[in-house]
Design a protein. Structure first.
Length: 753
């Protein structure tokens, strides 16, 4: 028999060890991520008492795939629209926390005398709190329904996005010996360019493709197509100089806007869990006990840096975001740990060869310690606030509690600001699309046309054909860039409001025309040897023709409407199926109450009962605003509405009321059946003898169903098939009846017969 490859043996070892350790961690109510790390340490060469992985290189390859799928799943949970709706408050908090913690990490690294790149990467690791660990801690402590928990999760989502950007920036920093500000700015512009390009093209093309093939999609096909798109974008990302993880995240965020997003999330979850487990096990394999002993003091200092730094800077950041002192401290204390993204950043540093081997196990040790301390830090927030409230002057406390900022989402923007932002955004997006189209045409189409038309005389014809095609392809983008928002409500209001506004408004049109002409000028300059004056003239004429063309106008409007339809498809699907949250939710937050979804468990004692019987409002002080059942929504249910398993209740109440309601919902369930094996159903034949109590009785009179909890399935009369027992039939001596029931009940009937 052939020998198994080392990879199969290694996978068997790490998955078995991960399964055993995670069962223990599940029992101890600890995050499974830590269980994977411990499992990795147990199967590493640093642990002599257990079996070790033979070929760690293959495992690290699988771990890289795990990082890719982790970020793909993160992208599926991410939505650009959600970020835009968050407003400025969480953005301010996130930027403040990341900047302060990163600087703190760099300073601490320098104090230990570590290298420059070690310090930079350490700062990036310390700035990233763990979404998984914090979510788990909130769930275990019963705090997930509280208002401050929602604020923390918003900041964590933004931190994850910044982590993606940070990884790209760190790669750029690591690739240069001494990158200057120009290189850094170039890297940022490159990120913005490709992010906008991929997102716009992806939102336009991918939902359109999925819509065309929706009838052919089952679960298996959708999974393969989704993972194929993920891997394709990962490859494309590496081709342009980014990481595969960045591309996977971008594809996830594109698919997050499609109707199929929910299905894809469920289908990808097992794949993500498998490869994610391998990644975290590979993290544990790099933990060296000798390094942990040698760096015990730095580990202690880094733990204290995270705990104190997040408690202070985190609280300060949330206060800048507009939270009261008490709420800000709850949020800041909750974020005092590092987790999965710190591991990913450390893996990036190792793969690039720019950080020391000691830093990885040190960060893992810090993560493990801060993770165990997370629940205690969350509980410590309220006592710390009470102590601070007693020690600080009352004027200071009042000032801190009312420290808020006038964010854009709470104040109406001026018409000029709103109009200029919209024009700037459109110009940037359509400019990037035009630049990308020109690049593709000159890179791929131009060489083909020159090959088809060889020779110096035909060379100019090839250039002319390519140039005309390029102008035709970018014409809808140039027209939208110049004309969009010229007839908007803001533009017309400013135009009619004052004659003074008209010159600046005309200037905005002129600037966009100049940008459009610049694109035509670049095409002419690349393909011809015309004079500058002639190329500018050609550009102006071409832009005027584009503006006046009715065909280009229709094409531009059609493309934009299709893009908006694709972008809103998931919202439309949510509205149709009744899954979208009500618009009044934001108003409730101002009154210290909010709306939360609760699902009725399958084993709940509330199922089959009406709202009137349950009397939830009187018991818990909450209001049930809607019941979501399958794809239907029942708004403002009355007292006669009956609850079914799987129903989602949208409940309105305060933090305390919702916690009590959640506890009651989880507590009032059916007891588990601990003797399940004894309830197996059996099929037996019984002969009715002369002393049987069933003789002369009908099926109903015999009590076989009511008393013995069994069912008669037929009467044997020597035929090929059993005869059905009619209700009027009376049992006789010698009848052979077949019954179905539990073993114990059948024995009772047999004994009675």
């Amino acid at each position: 028999m052939n020998e198994l490859p080392a990879l199969i043996k290694d996978l068997a070892l790490i998955l078995m060890m991960a399964g055993i350790v995670t069962l223990v961690f599940k029992k101890l109510k600890q995050p499974l991520v830590l269980g994977y790390v411990v499992a990795g340490f147990l199967v590493s060469t640093h642990m002599p008492y257990t079996a070790s992985v033979v070929d760690s290189a293959d495992i690290h390859t699988w771990a890289d795939i795990g990082v890719m799928f982790l970020l793909f799943s993160l992208g599926l949970d991410f939505s650009f629209k959600k970020i835009l709706k968050m407003g400025a408050s969480p953005i301010i908090s996130t930027i403040t926390i990341v900047f302060c913690m990163m600087m703190l990490g760099i300073v601490v690294g320098h104090l230990f005398g570590w290298g420059k790149m070690d310090c930079i990467f350490l700062g990036g690791m310390l700035a990233m709190s763990s979404t998984t660990i914090i979510y788990k801690a909130f769930d275990d402590l019963g705090l997930r329904q509280q208002q401050f928990a929602g604020l923390v999760m918003s900041v964590l989502i933004l931190e994850d996005i910044l982590a993606i950007v940070m990884m790209v920036m760190l790669s750029a920093v690591a690739s240069g010996n001494n990158p200057d500000s120009g290189q850094m700015l170039g890297s940022v512009m490159k990120i913005v360019f490709f992010l906008i390009l991929w997102f716009v093209v992806g939102i336009f093309a991918i939902p359109l493709f999925l819509r065309k093939v929706r009838k052919l999609m089952n679960a298996e096909v959708l999974l393969i197509v989704s993972l194929g798109l993920c891997c394709a974008m990962a490859v494309l990302s590496t081709k342009v100089g980014f990481s595969s993880a960045f591309g996977a995240f971008v594809m996830g965020s594109i698919l997050a806007e499609t109707i199929e997003a929910e299905k894809i999330i469920k289908l990808v979850e097992p794949v993500k869990n498998l490869f994610g487990a391998i990644f975290f096990v590979s993290v544990g394999m790099l933990v060296d006990p000798k390094i942990l002993i040698d760096y015990a003091f730095p580990i202690f200092v880094l733990v204290m840096t995270i705990l104190i730094g997040q408690a202070v800077f985190g609280s300060f950041a949330f206060m800048l975001g507009g939270e009261t002192l008490k709420s800000a401290m709850k949020c800041g204390f909750s974020m005092a740990q590092i987790g999965e993204f710190s591991f990913i950043i450390a893996s990036l540093g190792l793969s690039l060869g720019v950080i020391g081997d000691f830093l990885y196990p040190v960060v893992v040790a810090v993560s493990v310690i801060t993770t165990f301390l997370t629940p205690y830090m969350i509980r410590l927030a309220t006592p710390a606030y009470q102590v601070l409230e007693k020690r600080l002057p009352k004027k200071w406390v009042r000032s801190l509690n009312h420290l808020t900022m006038s964010h854009p989402n709470t104040k109406e923007q001026s018409l000029w600001k709103k109009l200029l932002l919209q024009m700037g955004r459109n110009t940037l997006i359509y400019g990037i699309l035009s630049a990308a189209t020109i690049t593709l045409m000159f890179t791929f189409v131009l060489p083909v046309t020159r090959q088809m038309l060889p020779g110096w005389d035909l060379h100019w014809y090839a250039n002319a054909i390519t140039g005309l095609l390029t102008v035709v392809f970018i014409s809808p983008f140039l027209r939208a860039m110049v004309m969009k928002k010229n007839h908007s409500e803001e533009f017309m209001t400013l135009w009619k409001e004052s004659n003074i506004n008209r010159i600046p408004l005309l200037f905005t049109i002129l600037v966009r025309i100049i940008i459009a002409v610049a694109f035509i000028f670049y095409i002419c300059n690349y393909l011809t040897r015309f004079s500058n004056a002639l190329m500018i003239t050609i550009g102006v004429v071409a832009v005027l023709l584009i503006i006046l063309s009715r065909w280009i106008k229709k094409r531009s409007i059609h493309l934009e409407r299709l893009f908006i339809l694709n972008l809103r498809s998931r919202d439309i699907e949510a509205q149709v199926h009744g899954h979208k949250r009500p618009l009044y939710e934001g108003k409730l937050l101002d009154r210290n109450i909010h709306i939360t979804d609760f699902e009725i468990p399958a084993d709940s004692l509330w199922t089959g009962k009406s709202l009137k019987e349950l009397n939830l409002g009187k018991k818990y002080g909450i209001h049930v605003s809607s019941i979501l059942r399958a794809n239907r929504r029942l708004n403002i249910p009355d007292g006669d509405s009956i609850l079914f398993p799987g129903d989602k209740l949208q409940v309105i109440g305060s933090d305390d009321q919702l916690i009590i309601f959640q506890q009651a919902l989880e507590r009032e369930v059916m007891d588990d059946d601990y003797e399940l094996e004894k309830r197996e159903m059996k099929l037996r034949s019984i002969i009715i003898n002369g002393s049987s109590p069933f003789i002369g009785k009908t099926l109903q009179e015999s009590g076989i169903r009511d008393h013995y909890n069994c069912m008669v399935v037929g009467l044997e009369e020597g035929k090929e098939n059993l005869s059905q027992v009619k209700p009027s039939y009376r049992f006789q001596k010698g009848d052979i009846i077949w019954i179905v029931g539990e073993e114990q009940n059948i024995k009772q009937i047999t004994a009675a017969s």
